[in-house]
Design a protein around this ligand. Structure first.
Ligand SMILES: C[S@@+](CC[C@H](N)C(=O)[O-])C[C@H]1O[C@@H](n2cnc3c(N)ncnc32)[C@H](O)[C@@H]1O
Length: 405
């Protein structure tokens, strides 16, 4: 099906039509489709051009203005690395002095675009023919990039001094595509990647951030990356792409810059984290910090402590500016008990309630409804905003009243 969606825009009429379309509007698409067919374009060309136009609009979030010149498949766009992150992957190859890079499973070519921009000689290998066609078009501006429609596992790598892999982590079946969590079910599988790393080839492999720490091979650096607070990926870096004295790290990318916390200790070193009471300020670490097991390191940086060894909240006596966690001022600590919380809502005239949680199975939406039921009936009372953090210390569930800082 994707074949038919891309081929018609690769004809002169289709290409010209696609590039003549204005900004995509879902509401206008039906009307525009019949208008274009009335103007003499074939239904296949119109459907394909409008699909690309819709995908280009969606792709702006990952590719900014470049999206307007690119081609996509729906899956290719969903799996593509956003350019700000791809640029950082590519920078590693530059820093390591690697100039000929094979991108094994290049998708629509986002990582290859970044590598080519940083003047690496890139061979982008893609098994799926339609996706390879999209990558070919996307990489056209770079004479130092070539696309190969082939199985990555069969490519002769003797000419390359670095490899990038972003294995497919979904299977597509008649019931749609679903995420895979077994690294051996990825394509290419993690064992292929590890085999390649064992030959000494400098390589980076992007995986889903939920990979269990036990599945992270011993001989690599694992770097979790979040973008605007959402954890996007973990990359395992092997051989000369691995930084000295870094076993794991959390790179936080935001519009105004990036911050990174690294550790040269192995996973599991959080076990000796300092523990203490719920008081002062509560800090909620970024997801990349949590995934990389660096919560205890953040606690130490803040002169703080964990409140429970298994819960990723940090408390500290003072307010410390940090890129690694969001801070909340602790106002009150209540037992988790609906009756007590309802009294608190009533006594404080709470009409708008934010609920965060960690380590409890409570559904915040349901609890919010329960707590606010009837709270706004008093008419002329001012409606206050409140925020609760539900968590536990051992088996004791607590509700912490906080104020975002
Ligand atoms: C997650 S996507 C890559 C996305 C890419 N890094 C980007 O940013 O656009 C993985 C791609 O690998 C391709 N693939 C899977 N197995 C492959 C293989 N054995 N050889 C070549 N490509 C393969 C899939 O078709 C898919 O397009």
């Amino acid at each position: 099906m994707t074949q038919n969606l891309l081929e018609p825009v690769l004809t002169p009429d289709g290409w010209e039509l696609l590039n003549s379309l204005g900004p995509y509007s879902e509401a206008d698409s039906l009307r525009l489709s019949s208008q274009l067919r009335d103007a003499g374009h074939s239904p296949e060309v119109v459907a394909a051009a409008l699909t690309q136009s819709r995908l280009r609009a969606k792709a702006q979030a990952k590719f900014g203005p470049f999206a307007a010149r690119m081609l996509f498949t729906p899956d290719g766009l969903e799996q593509a690395t956003r350019l700000t992150v791809a640029a950082r992957h590519a920078q590693r190859y530059v820093s390591a002095g690697l100039s000929r890079v094979a991108d094994l499973g290049c998708g629509i070519g986002a990582d290859s675009m970044a590598l080519a921009t940083l003047e690496r000689e890139v061979t982008a290998v893609e098994l799926d023919e339609t996706t390879a066609a999209a990558a070919t078009m996307n990489l056209l501006p770079w004479s130092n990039a070539t696309v190969l429609n082939a199985d990555a596992c069969t490519v002769d790598l003797s000419e390359y001094d670095g490899v990038w892999l972003d294995p497919a982590r979904r299977t597509v079946s008649s019931s749609g595509s679903k995420r895979l969590f077994d690294p051996e079910a990825f394509s290419p599988p993690l064992s292929f990647v590890e085999g390649l790393a064992e030959t000494g080839m400098p390589l980076g492999v992007k995986l889903g951030p939920a990979i269990p720490h036990e599945s992270v091979p011993e001989n690599c650096e694992a770097q979790w990356v979040s973008v605007d607070g959402d954890v996007a990926e973990v990359v395992l870096w092997f051989n000369t792409l691995r930084r000295e004295n870094v076993r794991r790290g959390a790179l936080l990318i935001r519009a105004d810059g990036a911050a990174e916390l690294t550790s040269n200790t192995d996973f599991g070193h959080d076990d000796d984290a300092p523990l203490g009471p719920v008081e002062g300020y509560l800090y909620e670490p970024d997801g990349a910090i949590i995934r990389s097991g660096l919560v205890a390191d953040v606690a130490r940086q803040l002169d703080g402590h964990l409140i429970d060894p298994k819960i990723a909240y940090v408390c500290a006596p003072g307010l410390v500016e940090t890129p690694f966690a969001r801070a909340y001022r602790i106002l009150e600590v209540l037992p988790y008990n609906v009756k007590a919380l309802k009294s608190w809502v009533k006594a404080n005239g709470i009409g708008v309630l934010d609920i965060k949680k960690r380590g409890t199975s409570v559904t915040p939406e349901e609890l919010r409804k329960q707590l606010l039921a009837g709270s706004n009936r008093s008419g002329n009372k001012a409606v206050h905003k409140g925020m609760l953090v539900l968590t536990r210390i051992g088996e004791d569930r607590i509700a912490v009243v906080v104020d975002p800082v």
